[in-house]
Design a protein around this ligand. Structure first.
Ligand code: SAM
Ligand code: SF4
Length: 431
């Protein structure tokens, strides 16, 4: 979501004469967009400011803006501690960036941290979202009302908000017109999307079904979803929507019901498996990835083994796993941590299985011809970069004319992270 937000900020500041530069040493304005989900977020900001200060030691300092969830969480503290910062802007106040930049002067520091999400999207609805990418993000929902005990999102992104259905389709249309072939719908709980008019409630399933009608659009994905919001209308999309990729990122966090309860996750392992089985019944090719938090306070060896068993049962691919990181202001912040050595051992073992599944899945494509959406040329190489239906990276030996096309690629070799192959020129299909 920060990538989506950063692009929208760039489109916004264009209106007041700024443009994106790769020349970090000569920028007039420096925007640091931050994430607060795990530890050391604050320290990373101060470290980055130190780096910029060195670059600009002998010249005028750039306008320095800290945006994102760290800005939201730290606000006044940050302005007090670091006078180098001119503007703090939280994720629901990005529409105020243009005005704030124009108000900044040496004496005036500005903080914009209101949860003004509706005004934000209204502002951005008037700025066309064009993308020069083949695969683009599109935020449909933000914030969270679920309050898992470990998570800062409800405090930094604010309460759940779903954008109007029409505004989303307008933005999608603009992205598609600019050449986008894949749209990834975004939200902290993307499948909690709910937009009500007097006549109807629109859910994510309605968006998926509308998007598939655009002939130029080849693929649709969404992330991140919550197990509780995997409703039957969404599950049914996997029966009918040919552009919806058969890859579901569905975080479970733990395989132990005791820990899920302690986390306030509002779902059980059985409910999760039920969703998994429903989807597999529709299409056995659907693959799952997940997020895991290892060593949540109170996790015993038995709880941990339950997570391990779940990972063995559902051969997740492309998953994320991290040791619990206490976040200030959350309910779990002050709970007793599990011994660091034990945590590291558990993470290592979990990742061994996750990476193994990933490697085996990639190996299973060797010698086969698969569909790949070609996204870009790899810098300094002849090869092209694309993704298969499961989001795995595919490095393709092919001509640049295939950029933006959905092509058939014969996979020759693979490793844990990538597949490697060449294009079969006879089977190139126009995008
Ligand atoms: N809303 C999604 C859900 O509930 O499954 C997940 C979105 S959350 C922004 C992204 C991921 O960050 C979570 O799934 C979780 O695994 C991880 N995460 C959040 N807080 C964490 C913490 N305190 N320690 C470790 N991982 C954390
Ligand atoms: Fe965070 Fe997801 Fe839980 Fe919301 S549902 S609090 S975003 S982990």
């Amino acid at each position: 979501m920060n990538e989506y937000d950063s692009n929208r900020i760039i489109q916004s500041v264009k209106k007041i004469g700024f443009k994106k530069t790769n020349d970090q040493k000569n920028a007039d304005c420096y925007i640091l967009n931050t994430c607060h989900i795990r530890d050391k977020a604050k320290e990373k900001v101060y470290h980055e400011i130190g780096r910029v200060k060195k670059i600009y030691k002998n010249k005028d300092k750039p306008i320095f803006i800290v945006a994102g969830c760290v800005a939201q969480a730290e606000n006044q503290e940050m302005l007090k501690r670091e006078p180098y910062i001119d503007l703090i802007v939280g994720p629901q106040s990005y529409h105020k960036i243009n005005d704030s930049i124009q108000k900044i002067n040496k004496e005036k520091k500005i903080e914009e941290t209101e949860f003004d999400v509706e005004s934000k999207f209204r502002f951005f609805d008037n700025i066309e979202n064009k993308s020069n990418k083949i695969s683009a993000f599109l935020t449909i929902q933000e914030g969270c009302d679920k309050f898992c005990n470990f998570c800062v999102v409800p405090f930094t992104r604010g309460p759940e908000y779903s954008r109007p259905f029409d505004a989303i389709l307008n933005e999608a249309e603009s992205l598609i017109k600019s050449g986008v072939k894949e749209i990834i719908l975004l939200g902290q709980n993307v499948n909690a999307y709910s937009y009500k008019t007097e006549l109807k409630e629109y859910r994510i399933s309605n968006i998926l079904n509308e998007l598939q009608k655009y002939s130029e659009l080849r693929r649709i994905r969404y992330t991140t979803s919550h197990p509780k919001d995997m409703t039957d209308d969404l599950i049914d999309c996997y029966k009918t929507n040919k552009k919806l990729m058969p890859f579901v990122h569905l975080p479970i966090q733990s395989g132990s019901n005791k820990i899920l309860k302690a986390m306030n996750r509002k779902h059980t392992v059985e409910e999760y498996i039920n969703v998994y089985e429903k989807l597999k019944k529709i299409n056995k090719d659907i693959e799952f990835s997940s997020d895991f938090i290892i060593s949540y306070p109170g996790e015993t060896q038995k709880d941990y083994e339950e997570t391990l068993n779940l990972i063995k049962k559902i051969s997740f691919i492309n998953s994320y796993s991290f040791i619990f990181s206490p976040r200030p202001g959350t309910k779990a912040a002050n709970l007793e941590m599990i011994n660091e050595e034990i945590s590291k051992e558990r993470l290592k073992e979990i990742q061994k299985y996750l990476f193994d599944h990933q490697r085996k899945k990639n190996q299973s494509f060797e010698g086969k011809t698969i569909d790949v959406l070609i996204e870009n040329k790899i810098n300094g190489q002849k090869n092209l970069f694309g993704r298969n239906k499961y989001m795995s990276s595919v490095i393709v030996n092919a001509d640049e004319k295939n950029l933006g096309k959905l092509v058939s690629v014969k996979i020759e070799r693979s490793n844990q992270n990538s597949l490697f192959g060449s294009i079969n020129s006879k089977s190139v299909r126009a995008a």
